[in-house]
Design a protein around this ligand. Sequence first.
Ligand code: FMN
Length: 211
Amino acid sequence: MAFFSSTEIQQWERFYRGNFINSLSGFKSASLIATVNNDGISNLALFSNIVHIGADPALIGFVNRPREAAPHTLGNIEATGHYTINLIPANLIEQAHQTSAKYADGESEFSAVGLTEEFTVHSKAPFVFESPVKYAMELKEIIPIKFNNTFFVIGSVTGVFADEQILAPDGFLDLEKANIITSLGIDGYYATDKLARYSYAKPGKDLTRID
Ligand SMILES: Cc1cc2nc3c(=O)[nH]c(=O)nc-3n(C[C@H](O)[C@H](O)[C@H](O)COP(=O)(O)O)c2cc1C
């Protein structure tokens, strides 16, 4: 096995280093975050640095790049306090990836990539109509990360749309059944294949499998 020191990594070409480092945090959910500005113009962007913070209250956070690089989602959330997070099925990968392009102010990625914005009574922000699992978020806190000028955006879940076929009797959402993809780095997308679910782990107690 090769070992790469941080000194060596620092000397690599920028995009090579980016691909390498972006792969280290492993497979991640990739979701589309939809927002709207105060003029009613929507924005849609792909995010993979999305993390569960707590179940009660239901809190989810995501990392936003520096404002100069990715201003629209962050700005719209600051302006309205609302956004939606839309999971991505395999048939939408190309359109989802295309939303990461830098579109001009005032140009909605929904129409640019051919996805349908769905306004409901459940959020000021639109949902992605084509997404089979999506949820509405209300902003709670934005934590600036001074070290690299990124932001950790924390919101609470105010409502969830999910196909009932993927909802297990114990509340587990079997995202694989809706062909929800996972991502690696900033351009790799993967199908999912469930290996197992297990009972709650306790010291000295054998695990049982959940089907
Ligand atoms: C697979 C993938 C994952 C991404 N994940 C993030 C992320 O977690 N945070 C982020 O700020 N940008 C991420 N991006 C880049 C944004 O999609 C891109 O900057 C987008 O244009 C957002 O800018 P906007 O909010 O100004 O529209 C990702 C891009 C790709 C292709």
